[in-house]
Design a protein around this ligand. Sequence first.
Ligand SMILES: C[S@@+](CC[C@H](N)C(=O)[O-])C[C@H]1O[C@@H](n2cnc3c(N)ncnc32)[C@H](O)[C@@H]1O
Length: 253
Amino acid sequence: MSPSRKDLFPAWYAGLETRHLKDLKFAELRRALTALSSVYVERRSAIIRGAALDSAGKRAAFAMFYGPLHFLAVSHVLGELKPRKPYPKRIFDIGCGTGAAGAAWAVATGCKPSIRGYDLHPWAVKEAGWTLKQFGLDHSVARRDVSRAPMPGKKDGLLAAWVVNELREETRNGLLPRLMESAETGAEILIVEPVAKGAAPWWDAWAGRFEEAGGRADQWEFRPDMPESLRLLDRAAKLDHRRIKLRTLSINI
Ligand SMILES: C[S@@+](CC[C@H](N)C(=O)[O-])C[C@H]1O[C@@H](n2cnc3c(N)ncnc32)[C@H](O)[C@@H]1O
């Protein structure tokens, strides 16, 4: 990994604080994070109605809290998967949110892949553009449904991080064969999901398809090296991310 790019994480995180704390007090951010986390854990059916990003506070909490954690988690996974370098040349980040996970993959390649981000939410599209700029990555981000996102070719990668569980069933079912077709051409694919069982009744079937095609299904647990203020926010909101568990499906990586 290029040290200069890896070192951009603290600068990016400091930029997030400046960007999102200018209109929010710490206590407001903490409350918004609690509300956002409750949508992800207890009110999952509300996600499809857009409840996760429906207020400025929740959007700030997503950008400042989950974005950096997703960056750290994807960095960890790629460190363990030891991808063949210097690929991919382009990364298609579907359901890119704030762009953090795609940026982590780009950083892990040690080269300068360009990123094509797609998300339904206009705020996410804008925020992802900002994130990718902080990492000096060539990028384009568009407002587009996953079902209409282009699929990667031979030298490309596709990332779907914490998004497949948010898709409507028909969108999810339509995505799997398209991913498998791309994988056959040699495209690298990485799916990242939380471990919570209720969130992904489709997981075993997807894992089976990845494994049959020569890919792998993994579960990970690691201690993220969080910035101090992220740690404080985690504790203040009574979450506990001192250890993060996640699972991935990957192929050609
Ligand atoms: C939990 S966030 C994860 C964001 C990002 N991948 C990350 O790892 O931080 C899920 C994202 O998927 C987006 N999303 C959900 N359904 C989508 C769809 N059908 N098409 C495109 N984006 C979608 C949401 O707007 C949200 O930004």
